[in-house]
Design a protein around this ligand. Structure first.
Ligand SMILES: [Zn+2]
Length: 324
C-alpha cells in the first residue's frame, strides 16, 4: 500500500462505484452487465492525480518519479490527471487536460447520409466510399497459428510467456489498424458537414447472426458510432439517427417506391417502377439524406441517447428478410 500512490486504489474504487451505478441503473433494460473483475495482467491501467509534470522527453508522476518516454509529449491546457495503461508489452501514459474549445460549426455545410455496411465500411450519399480495413480477415491465419502455438507451450515456461506476447502484439496491431481507419472516417464526416444522418444499427443483435458477425466485428461499427457521437459534439453539428424501421435499403431514392423484399445478396438496387439502378449502399445513404427528419422527430433522436447495445426488440429489418 505504501509503495504505490494513494490515487491508484482510490480511482479504482471510484471506477467500481460508477460501474455498479451503471449496472443498477440500466439493469432492467439489460444494457450494462455486471462489472468484470479486474486482475493484474489483464487490461492493466491506473489513474493518478497530483503533481504531474511534463518535460522534454520525460514525464513526472506521483510516487513513480521521473520516467523517460519515447514520444515527446505535446500537452495543451492544464493537466487534471494521468492514466498509465499497458498494451501488449508497452506502457502508455495519457493525460486528461482542461482547455477552452472553440467550436467552428459549419452551419451551412452539406447534409450527409451515411450507410454503414458489411461490404464497405461506410457509403456516403455523395457517392464517397470508405473501404473496410479488413484488419482481422487478413491476419486470421496468423492469429490462428499464434493461438495454436500458445496452446502447445508448457504452462509457466519462458516460451509460453513469449508466445503470449506475440499473440498480444498481433491483437494490438489489428485493433490499431481498425481504429486508424475509423478515426479518419469520423473526423472527415464531422469536420466537413453540418448534419450527419446514420442508421440505428442494433449491433448486439446483428452480432448473433453467425454469417456476418465476424465481418461486423472486423469493422467495429459500435466504435464508429461512439466516435461519431462525441466528434459531432466537438465540432458542433447535428447527428441524426434514423429509426431502426426506416426502410433505407428497400426504398427507391429516386421515386420513393418501397420494395416488398430485398435480400442481403442483392448488391445493386433495381427499381421496377422508374428503372433506377444504383449500388445498394449508395441508394440507402441517399434515402437517409432525402428523408425529412423534422416530421418524424419522434422516430429519430439526437446524439447522446445513442448506444450501440440499445434495447433490441427486433433485428434490423433487412436481416429479418434474409432469414425468412
Ligand atoms: Zn424508383
Amino acid at each position: 500500500m505504501y509503495e504505490v500512490s494513494k490515487c491508484a486504489p482510490q480511482e479504482a474504487l471510484r471506477d467500481l462505484d460508477r460501474a455498479f451505478t451503471n449496472f443498477w441503473r440500466r439493469r432492467k433494460k439489460n444494457q450494462v452487465g455486471f462489472p468484470k473483475f479486474k486482475k493484474k495482467g489483464r487490461n492493466d491501467s491506473f489513474r493518478l492525480y497530483g503533481s504531474i509534470r511534463v518535460f522534454e522527453k520525460a514525464v513526472q508522476l506521483p510516487r513513480l518519479g521521473r520516467i523517460r518516454v519515447k514520444e515527446k509529449p505535446q500537452i495543451k491546457g492544464q493537466i487534471l490527471s494521468a492514466t498509465v495503461s499497458r498494451r501488449a508489452d508497452r506502457w502508455f501514459v495519457s493525460f486528461c487536460t482542461e482547455e477552452e474549445k472553440i467550436t467552428s460549426s459549419l452551419a451551412d455545410g452539406p447534409r450527409i447520409g451515411v450507410d454503414l455496411g458489411i461490404t464497405s465500411l461506410a457509403t456516403l450519399s455523395d457517392a464517397t466510399v470508405f473501404d473496410k480495413p479488413r484488419a482481422l480477415t487478413k491476419r486470421l491465419r496468423k492469429l490462428k497459428r499464434l493461438s495454436r502455438q500458445l496452446s502447445c507451450e508448457e504452462k509457466g515456461s519462458n516460451n509460453r510467456r513469449k508466445a503470449i506476447l506475440r499473440l498480444a502484439r498481433l491483437h494490438w496491431r489489428i485493433s490499431n489498424i481498425r481504429l486508424d481507419v475509423i478515426h479518419k472516417v469520423t473526423s472527415y464526416l464531422a469536420k466537413n458537414h453540418s448534419q450527419i444522418i446514420i442508421e440505428d444499427l442494433c449491433i448486439r443483435v446483428i452480432m448473433k447472426n453467425k454469417l456476418i458477425s465476424r465481418a461486423i466485428a472486423d469493422v467495429e461499427l459500435s466504435e464508429l458510432c461512439r466516435q461519431l457521437v462525441y466528434k459531432t459534439k466537438w465540432y458542433g453539428l447535428k447527428l441524426i439517427i434514423a429509426h431502426r424501421f426506416f426502410p433505407s435499403s428497400k426504398r427507391c431514392s429516386q421515386c420513393g417506391k418501397i420494395k416488398e423484399r430485398l435480400s442481403l445478396s442483392e448488391r445493386i438496387f433495381i427499381c421496377e417502377s422508374c428503372g433506377l439502378q444504383l449500388n445498394r449502399d449508395l441508394n440507402a445513404a441517399r434515402n437517409l439524406v432525402t428523408a425529412s427528419w423534422t416530421e418524424t422527430e419522434n422516430a429519430c433522436y439526437e446524439a447522446g441517447g445513442y448506444s450501440s447495445s440499445g434495447q433490441c426488440s427486433s433485428m434490423k429489418q433487412e436481416l429479418n428478410f434474409s432469414q425468412t
